[in-house]
Design a protein. Sequence first.
Length: 222
Amino acid sequence: MELTELYENRFDAKARADKMRVWSILWQMVFSRWVRPDDTVVDLGAGYCEFINAAVAKRRIAVDLNPDTAKLAAPGVEVRNESVSELGFLHDAEVDVAFTSNFLEHLPSKDVLTKTIKATFRVLRPGGTFIVMGPNIRFLPHLYWDYYDHHIALSDRSVCEALSMCGFEIRHVEPRFMPYTVKSLLPQWGWLIRGYLALRPLSAAVLGKQFLVVATKPERRP
C-alpha cells in the first residue's frame, strides 16, 4: 500500500486537525525545553509535520518518504523525501536536535532501526539531543499490532538499550507519556490537553501508552 493512501485512510481531516492542536501544546509545554531558537532540528519520519511545524528553531528539516509531507510543511521547513537510515544529505555534527515520534516501529527491521540510530548519532553535534516518542508495547500488547504497518515491537526499555548500544547517553525517560492515539472518545480540547500534561505523571499513569525517551550524544573528551 502506498504511504499516501495508507495515511489518508487512517487520518481524516478532523483527526489531522486534532493532531495539530495536540502537537502545538506539546511543543509549548514539553518539547521546547530541549530546543533553542538558534538550533538546527531534524524530524525523522515527519509525516504530516505536526512537530516540525510547531517547533521554533533557526533551521527545521522534515525527513519522510511520504510525498504529501512537502504539501503540509510550514513555510521555512525543509523537506527531504529520503531514507532516514542514511541521512546522507546532512554533514557530520550538523544537527543540534533530532526528533522522531511514532515512526521507529514502522521501520522494516531492527537492522534498519540500528542504521537509523547510528545515522542520527553521526549528524548530531557532540552534546546534541535525540528525542524519541512512540507506542509502548508493554502497555498495549493487544492494540500494538492493529496498525498494518507496525513492524517492530518497541518499549521504553528496548529503545533505551538500542540508543545506549549506539553511543547515546540516556537523559530522560517517561515510560507512560501520552495516550496511544488522538482517535479517542475523549474530546481534544486545549485546556484538557494542558491539564493532562500538567498533571503528569498521575494522569499518564492512567492514560499513558506512549513512551518518551531523551538521549544525548556525548561531548567530545579533551
